[in-house]
Ligand binder design. Structure first.
Ligand SMILES: NC(=O)c1ccc[n+]([C@@H]2O[C@H](COP(=O)([O-])OP(=O)(O)OC[C@H]3O[C@@H](n4cnc5c(N)ncnc54)[C@H](OP(=O)(O)O)[C@@H]3O)[C@@H](O)[C@H]2O)c1
Length: 331
């Protein structure tokens, strides 16, 4: 079968690995002779993948570097083509979507094994493309706000001021929608109001700011950051003294220690600083699916590419000119 994999070594034979030797995009290769995976234990489903997505910085994910070739891709929509004899929740022919665990990837391929807790039935009102654009981004947003930050709804525990950086991005778009839906005051931050303001207001943002305007903001209770680097460093100044800062940017896993060493977080010890890795979770996907089916949460596709063009698509995910939504890979 056809799959897009990461070559495990550089052309000179040096193994790729995290963090010292992250593979460049040129290490993404299309192979036509990858063995079709087979179900080997209870809990596995064999999926004929119809669509997957591209994540900026995917090659920075340390879970990607097992000893052998990695097949990238975590989001999937597709058809169940085989189940274990003991399977009770899914059957052959089911239309499903979801996200595989970060350390397995596997969905930039014609067939993929996914675990039952990684899949839910796809709502009929979503195409394969629209469905694939949702799981990983929506799960990351849902878990960031409600599991890690511990945000409750405004009705439960009062309205909070919640700022999202990279608000127009793949995950930022879901963060804004979830926080608005939970009744909070949402400040949507991005690098360009000209590019993002009307879109961000259309998905419910109450305030729209550029990063360079942080100094003018009233302080916020929560910041969820999807951008990292200088934007993340500047977020400390926007938070109330007892606020919460969370980043999931792929390059920011060590930010708390780095900012402490550089003095960026000095005097901000009351701020709870968090980093997270999203996990597949069927109950989150079920909740997300309910919202999607009702139309209260929307995923977006910025462009669709064929699997053979996925390396170029990965490179284009690192440009700001794509518009809003996910790059979807059609398999
Ligand atoms: N920890 C986890 O579990 C987890 C899960 C999924 C994804 N991730 C990581 O989370 C980060 C955000 O993912 P995403 O899918 O939301 O990404 P995205 O949509 O591609 O980018 C998010 C935002 O980053 C900003 N940005 C900064 N530098 C950029 C550049 N060179 N090119 C394009 N945009 C740039 C853009 O906002 P502005 O122009 O407004 O700055 C963009 O909207 C990535 O690093 C991804 O790998 C982590």
């Amino acid at each position: 079968m056809r799959a897009a994999r990461v070559r495990p070594t550089s052309p000179e034979g040096t193994p790729y690995g995290f963090p010292g030797n992250v593979a460049p995009s040129s290490a993404i290769e299309i192979h036509d002779d990858v063995p079709k995976p087979q179900i080997s234990k209870p809990g596995e489903l064999l999926i004929q993948v119809k669509a997957s997505t591209v994540y900026k910085d995917n090659l920075e994910w340390n879970e990607l570097y097992p000893p052998s070739h990695a097949t990238l891709g975590n989001d999937f929509s597709g058809i169940v083509v085989a189940v274990h004899d003991s399977e009770q929740d899914f059957c052959v022919g089911d239309h499903v979507y979801g996200m595989t665990h970060a350390n397995r990837g596997g969905t930039w391929a014609e067939y993929a094994i996914v675990m039952t807790e990684e899949a839910v039935k796809k709502p009929d009102n979503l195409s394969w493309e629209e469905a694939a654009a949702i799981p990983g981004s929506a799960l990351t947003a849902d878990q960031a706000l409600f599991r890690h930050v511990g945000l409750e709804t405004a009705a439960q525990n009062g309205q909070k001021r919640v700022m999202i950086t990279g608000a127009g991005g793949g995950i930022g778009t879901f963060l804004v929608q979830f926080a608005v839906l939970a009744g909070h005051h949402v400040v949507a931050a991005s690098s360009s109001n000209e590019r993002n303001e009307s879109f961000l207001r259309s998905i419910g943002a109450h305030e729209v700011v550029e990063y360079k305007e942080f100094g003018t903001l009233n302080k916020v209770d929560v910041v969820v950051d999807s951008v990292g680097f200088q934007v993340l460093a500047d977020c400390w100044s926007v938070l109330k003294p007892d606020g919460t800062l969370l980043s999931f940017d792929a390059c920011s896993w060590g930010y708390r220690e780095e900012h402490r060493q550089k003095g960026i977080s000095n005097g901000k010890e009351g701020i709870r600083a968090l980093y997270m890795i999203a996990e597949p979770a069927r109950e989150s996907m079920a909740r997300i699916t309910e919202h999607v089916a009702k139309g209260s949460i929307k995923g977006r596709v910025s462009k669709s590419v064929l699997l053979k063009d996925v390396r170029e698509a990965y490179e284009s995910a690192h440009s700001r000119d794509l518009g809003h939504g996910k790059i979807v890979v059609l398999i």
